[in-house]
Design a protein around this ligand. Structure first.
Ligand code: CTP
Length: 405
C-alpha cells in the first residue's frame, strides 16, 4: 500500500508543558500532532511534573521527555531542540511562564530553549480569569505579542475554580488550527525584499517640543512581522513608537519626515515591495528654535510651517518595478480621498481606514479598512486584530505580485 504523506510529516515541534490542571489536555494535543506526522519532543517544567508524569508524554511522543537543563547525558539539549524546531508550542502556559518569557529569563530548560530559538512560538495560556485579566499579565502578553509571539486568547466558559468567566483553555480545534497554520505558513515572500514604514514622525518646534500625530506604529510592525514569517527579507523604517523592535528584522529608527525619506530612499532600489504605513507629518516648523521658546505673556503666537517631502511621490518618480502600497487614514470621504491619493502618489494599492470608527483608530490593536487599486475596490476588510489584517494585506499583495510575473 502506498504510504500517504501526512499533513505535518517532517515538521519538528518542541512541546513545552507548564504546570496547570490543563496539562492533561496536552496529552490529547500531543496525540493529534503525532497522528498528523509531526515529530514532537516534550519539555516539561518542574510544576508540570506535579500534574502529570513524563512517562505519559514519553510513551506518546516516542522520545525521552526533557525536564532538566543539566542532564549529563544530553547537556546540549537546549541548543539542539532550539535549532531544530519548526515550532515551539507552550501549552498550557501559566501566568508565571508568560511572565518569565516576557522578561527574557532563561532559568529552566523551556525558557532557555525559547531564548535560543528562532522558531515561531505559540503560547496557549491557562489560568483563572482574574489572573488573565491582571494588568501585569496583560502587559507581559503585550510584550510577547510585540516581539512576534503568537498567543491564543482564553475563551469564556466554566473554569476549574468553579467560576464562569474568561480564562477557559481554548478548544483543541482552535489550538490545532493555529499550530497547523504556523507550521504550514507559506514561504511565499522568500523572493521579496519588503520595505515597510511605521509610526509617526516628530517635527521639532524647539529642543523640548514637537509636532506629531497619534500613530502607534502597530499596523506597520504587524506587517513587518507577518512578512518576515513568510520569508521576506525585511527593512523596517520606524518613527518614534513605544513598540519593541521586532527581533531579526533590520529596523532603522528615524524621527523626522526628512530622516524617514532618506532611510527609505537608501533601501528603495533593492526593495521589491514598499508599504508606507507610517503617518508622516505633512508640515514641519520652518526654523526649529535652538533654545526653548519662552512664554510671551497672553498674546497669540503663530508657528510658520513648511511642507515636508512627500516620500511616496518621490519614490514613485524613481520606481523600477517595486510594488507600492500606501495607507490613508481619513475622517470623511474615505473612498474618494483614497482614490485620489492612489493616483497622485503613483501607487499600486492603497489601504484606507476611517479613523472615526470604533476600533479602527490610531493606537488600537484592531483595524477595519478598504483596499483599493486602479480598478477600484479590491477588498473590504471588517474589524479584526491588526496581526490578522497584516496577513490579509500580504495575501492581497501576493496575488498582485503573482499576476505581474
Ligand atoms: N506619505 C508620504 N509622505 C508624506 C505624507 C504621507 O509618503 N509626507 C504617505 C503615507 O505614509 C501614506 C500616504 O502617503 O502611505 C497617505 O498619507 P496621508 O497622510 O493620508 O496623505 P497626505 O498626502 O498627507 O494627505 P492629507 O494629509 O491631506 O490627507
Amino acid at each position: 500500500m502506498p504510504v500517504t504523506k501526512k499533513q505535518l510529516s517532517g515538521k519538528r515541534v518542541v512541546f513545552g508543558v507548564g504546570g496547570s490542571i490543563a496539562a492533561y489536555k496536552a496529552i490529547l494535543l500531543l496525540r493529534r500532532l503525532t497522528d498528523l506526522g509531526a515529530d514532537v519532543e516534550v519539555v516539561m517544567t518542574t510544576s508540570a511534573c506535579e500534574f502529570i508524569t513524563p512517562l505519559t508524554f514519553q510513551t506518546l511522543s516516542g522520545h525521552p521527555v526533557h525536564t532538566n537543563t543539566f542532564n549529563p547525558d544530553d547537556n546540549m539539549a537546549h541548543l539542539r531542540l532550539a535549532e531544530n524546531a519548526d515550532l515551539i508550542l507552550v501549552s498550557p502556559a501559566t501566568a508565571n511562564l508568560i511572565g518569565r518569557f516576557a522578561q527574557g529569563m532563561a532559568d529552566d530548560l523551556l525558557s532557555t530553549i525559547i531564548l535560543a530559538s528562532h522558531a515561531p512560538l505559540l503560547v496557549v495560556p491557562a489560568m483563572d480569569g482574574g489572573m488573565w485579566q491582571h494588568p501585569l499579565v496583560q502587559q507581559n502578553v503585550k510584550t510577547l505579542r510585540e516581539t512576534g509571539v503568537e498567543i491564543l486568547d482564553p475563551e469564556f466558559g466554566s473554569l476549574a475554580s468553579g467560576h464562569i468567566g474568561w480564562g477557559r483553555f481554548p478548544s483543541e480545534e482552535a489550538i490545532m488550527s493555529s499550530i497547523i497554520s504556523l507550521l504550514t505558513m507559506p514561504g511565499d515572500y522568500h523572493d521579496e525584499v519588503v520595505l515597510i514604514t511605521a509610526g509617526p514622525t516628530h517635527e521639532a518646534i524647539d529642543p523640548v517640543r514637537y509636532i506629531a500625530n497619534r500613530s502607534s506604529g502597530k499596523m506597520g510592525y504587524a506587517l513587518a512581522q507577518a512578512a518576515q514569517k513568510r520569508g521576506a527579507q525585511m527593512v523596517l523604517v520606524t518613527g518614534p513608537t513605544s513598540l519593541t523592535p521586532p527581533p531579526g528584522i533590520h529596523t532603522i529608527s528615524v524621527t523626522t519626515a526628512e530622516e524617514m525619506r532618506d532611510a527609505v530612499h537608501k533601501h528603495f532600489e533593492r526593495a521589491t515591495v514598499v508599504i508606507m504605513a507610517a503617518a508622516v507629518a505633512d508640515y514641519r516648523p520652518d526654523q526649529p528654535a535652538k533654545t526653548k521658546l519662552k512664554k510671551q505673556g497672553r498674546e497669540q503666537v503663530s508657528l510658520a510651517l513648511s511642507p515636508t517631502p512627500d516620500i511616496l511621490t518621490s519614490l514613485s518618480a524613481q520606481k523600477s518595478g517595486q510594488f507600492m502600497v500606501g495607507f490613508a487614514a481619513e475622517t470623511e470621504h474615505l473612498i474618494e480621498e483614497a482614490t485620489r491619493k492612489l493616483k497622485a502618489k503613483g501607487l499600486d494599492m492603497i489601504v484606507a481606514n476611517d479613523v472615526t470608527k470604533p476600533g479602527a483608530g490610531f493606537g488600537s490593536d484592531t483595524n477595519a479598512a478598504v483596499v483599493l487599486d486602479a480598478h477600484g475596490l479590491v477588498a473590504d476588510l471588517p474589524l479584526m486584530p491588526k496581526r490578522e489584517m497584516a496577513t490579509k494585506l500580504l495575501d492581497l499583495i501576493r496575488i498582485r505580485l503573482n499576476q505581474q510575473k
